[in-house]
Design a protein around this ligand. Structure first.
Ligand code: GDP
Length: 416
């Protein structure tokens, strides 16, 4: 109570009501308002082409959001990068309107070299955060459009082995930015036993790589039914799904959404056949609001903090505040001057080094010149002595030996 008073808040006293006041109707007020405003939800689908992404989205929302795909002919030019495409639709159920946006990532995992094919996807998710932050910082922020991705359905190929490096790398790069929901695609191609083993291996991989996937939240004061529902959903992750937007007839005459095979019908909405119902429960029926909330409160908030800190916005104990611009300019000036001084010192050093090299070279040629000079002087002196000897011999009338005469002449000719 004292700390509440210190903070300027009034103390809280528990009181019993004497009669009806009306605030018990608050949840209904919120409900009416939400229904009037409508809801927005953005889901992203990622996985190699042909894993049934468009089919599953159509099955989930019971619409033909995606028209049937026409496969490219072999001669057609294929894109060389992951594209990001989004489709929006307004759908309504019992008077509740939902603007559903599906972000598709055609090309993911389809190239010979799939290194870094997660990059355009991370960039797209962060660009959506950026756009939200920019809207929040506007003077008028009455009409914020929330284009942030609230959930990412990651389609795992039904190999029955374990996750591929591309799956692990994608989830590792994305799990701090988006609610990841792993899905085993086309689960009708695996037996029940294979599905169970594949799920266990996928979960072990996810745990080993410290990847955080979206979990059904369990609050302490939640009723038992909700807790049991959350627990049951959790046991199904990664959801092994079958998609089909076509109605087929079962042997007992029912019309169901499913896939007909010569040996029977796989029913999409039958929990004994696949986890589609549980996936829809998690994504739409029970936890759509949780997914939106976790995106806003945790994923976006963490990204926002990182972004603002990297921009030089600092946080004191209670509030965020901008660094004083004058101090910032002063700091930038000091840094700039330090950079200039460093460049000048480097230039000086290089100059000194060049001068030293030149001096050493000059000294060497000087020494070479001296040596040559000495050599020539010695040669001339020898020549002079020879000539003097020759002169003395001629004067004394002694004949020159042929050898001496020729070397004397040669030396004279070379020296002179
Ligand atoms: P996308 O490229 O990932 O969007 O895949 P599509 O939704 O276009 O599906 C590719 C092909 O797989 C189509 O022929 C679908 O009929 C088929 N398909 C979709 N979902 C399933 C499924 O759950 N099981 C099986 N066996 N086939 C499916």
């Amino acid at each position: 109570q004292q700390s509440a008073l210190d903070a300027g808040l009034s103390p809280i006293i528990r009181k019993k009501l004497m009669g009806f006041v009306g605030f018990a109707n608050l949840p209904n007020q919120v409900h009416r308002k939400s229904v009037r405003k409508g809801f927005q939800f953005t889901a992203m689908v990622v996985g190699e082409s042909g894993l049934g992404k468009s089919t599953l989205i159509n099955t989930l929302f019971n619409t033909t959001l995606y028209p049937p795909k026409v496969p490219l002919p072999p001669s057609a030019e294929r894109p060389s990068t992951v594209a990001i495409e989004s489709i929006s639709a307004d759908i309504e159920e019992n008077g509740v309107r939902l603007r559903l946006t599906v972000v598709d990532t055609p090309g993911f995992g389809d190239f010979v070299n799939n290194d870094e094919c997660w990059k355009p996807i991370v960039e797209n998710i962060e660009a959506r955060f950026d756009s939200y932050l920019e809207q929040e910082n506007r003077v008028n922020r009455q009409k914020i459009v929330d284009n942030r991705v609230h959930a990412c359905l990651y389609f795992i190929q039904p190999t029955g082995h374990s996750l591929k490096p591309i799956d692990i790398e994608f989830m590792r790069q994305l799990h701090t930015r988006v609610n990841l929901i792993p899905i085993i695609a086309k689960a009708d191609t695996l037996t029940d036993e294979e599905v169970a083993e594949f799920k266990a291996r996928i979960l072990a991989d996810i745990q080993y790589h410290n990847i955080h996937i979206f979990e059904a939240p369990t609050y302490e004061n939640e009723d038992e039914e909700a807790l049991a529902e959350a627990k049951e959903i959790m046991t199904k992750i990664p959801f092994a799904v079958v998609g089909s937007d076509k109605l087929v007839k079962t042997p007992d005459g029912r019309e169901v959404r499913g896939r007909a095979y010569p040996w029977g019908v796989v029913e999409v909405d039958n929990e004994d056949h696949c986890d589609f119902v549980k996936l829809r429960q998690m994504l739409v029926r029970t936890y759509m609001e949780e997914l939106r909330e976790y995106t806003n409160d945790v994923l976006y908030e963490n990204w926002r903090t990182e972004k603002l800190l990297s921009m030089g916005v600092v946080q004191d104990s209670t509030v965020f505040k901008e660094v004083n611009p004058a101090i910032r300019i002063q700091e930038e000036r000091i840094m700039h001057e330090a950079k200039l001084a460093k460049m000048e010192a480097e230039m000086k050093m290089v100059f000194q080094q060049k001068v030293q090299e030149k001096e050493a070279k000059l000294k060497q040629s000087e020494e070479e010149l001296y040596a040559r000079h000495r050599e020539m002087k010695e040669a001339l002196e020898k020549q002079r002595l020879d000539l003097e000897d020759k002169k003395r011999r001629i004067e004394s009338g002694r004949p020159l030996t042929p050898e001496k005469a020729s070397t004397g002449r040669k030396k004279f000719l070379r020296g002179g």
